[in-house]
Design a protein around this ligand. Sequence first.
Ligand SMILES: Cc1cc2nc3c(=O)[nH]c(=O)nc-3n(C[C@H](O)[C@H](O)[C@H](O)COP(=O)(O)OP(=O)(O)OC[C@H]3O[C@@H](n4cnc5c(N)ncnc54)[C@H](O)[C@@H]3O)c2cc1C
Length: 387
Amino acid sequence: MTAPLDLLDLDPSLTEEERQIRDVVRQLIDDRVRPHVADWYEEGRVPARELAREFGKLGLLGMHLTGYGCAGASAVAYGLACQELEAGDSGVRSLVSVQGSLAMYAIWRYGSEEQKQRWLPSMATGEAIGCFGLTEPDHGSDPASMTTRARRDGDDWVLTGGKMWITNAPIADVGVIWARTEAGVRGFAVPMDTPGVTAREIRRKMSLRASVTGEVVLDEVRLPADAQLPEAVGLKAPLSCLTEARYGIIWGAVGAARDCLETALAYATTRTQFGRPLAGFQLTQAKLADMAVELVKGQLLALHLGRLADGGRLRPEQVSVGKLNNVREALAIARQCRTILGANGVSGEYPVMRHANNLESVLTYEGTSEIHQLVVGQRLTGVSAFT
Ligand SMILES: Cc1cc2nc3c(=O)[nH]c(=O)nc-3n(C[C@H](O)[C@H](O)[C@H](O)COP(=O)(O)OP(=O)(O)OC[C@H]3O[C@@H](n4cnc5c(N)ncnc54)[C@H](O)[C@@H]3O)c2cc1C
């Protein structure tokens, strides 16, 4: 944390080990992401496999999981890593989140010992890439209505359907695919080279351009019985994976906001208009002060939720509070910072508009803000407004 933005002296409330992990990830992002990310973004590509291997070397993939080559780090350490990753780019953080908190977590939590042995060690090193297919073209916020089917044929399973907006799908080796069976929703670890699986890249995204997103078509995909994740029973299984990933987003969004604010602060102190730096105008200071206050509130919230997670006490609706607040405020900060940069705010030479555009996706995926409002609303009122 650069000193001026750590208004509340949060740094000393981190352990030495947590600070070290944060600093190592920050350095990696400075070396490997910052110099290139504007080009990746503009060109709509990212060297995801290369990055995954580098992240794997640092133990960032499945970082908070234990065994199978995973680092077994604390929730706070994982969150701090997400903060630094997303200060680089939300797409880069998404690569890590989807790999570790969605695909690896699903196999780690719900898979058989054979599935864990087969996939987790190579996913932890970044040799194998995973994706997580829940959303469908016609079913996003309401995954209970999914139409992808898995039917039994002898001992085999046969999957038919389609998944949409699936991060990493076109480059993935394994997809955790959720499908409806006669007994309810079940999960499957699907090798992406299985006949009948196709993953087409979704182009023309105006957001998360340094992230690979795909549409998965499942056309009579025949899988052996042991492709099913044996412990995953019902929709609560994929929803629990989403809770994991949302936790990382709570921290990540703060990272993107911090990068915007650091950029705006530096710009405001060097850019001169009417004979004085922009930072000398009261209106600019008001903007900076309000944003810094929201930033530290977001950091405090993330840290509090992280400590709850490390104590085994974090509840899903608390994760909704964090995701709702931190992404919404991060997006507001990014938009406000853009104004401070004037015309340069719309340029890819600065990271601000890239973060703002990215945060539009972050606002929508892993539960839209409206869905998180409904989760919190249900907790407050005892009434579900979903159905
Ligand atoms: C870049 C990107 C990457 C993604 N990666 C993945 C991935 O890896 N895996 C995956 O499974 N999915 C992924 N998603 C999909 C994402 O999770 C969905 O887009 C999200 O759940 C919303 O679904 P939807 O887009 O179908 O919107 P819809 O569900 O159609 O919602 C549209 C609007 O209606 C609102 N709405 C819906 N229902 C209600 C309600 N009951 N009350 C009030 N408002 C409501 C929503 O909040 C939203 O504002 C990704 C999306 C993006 C953009």
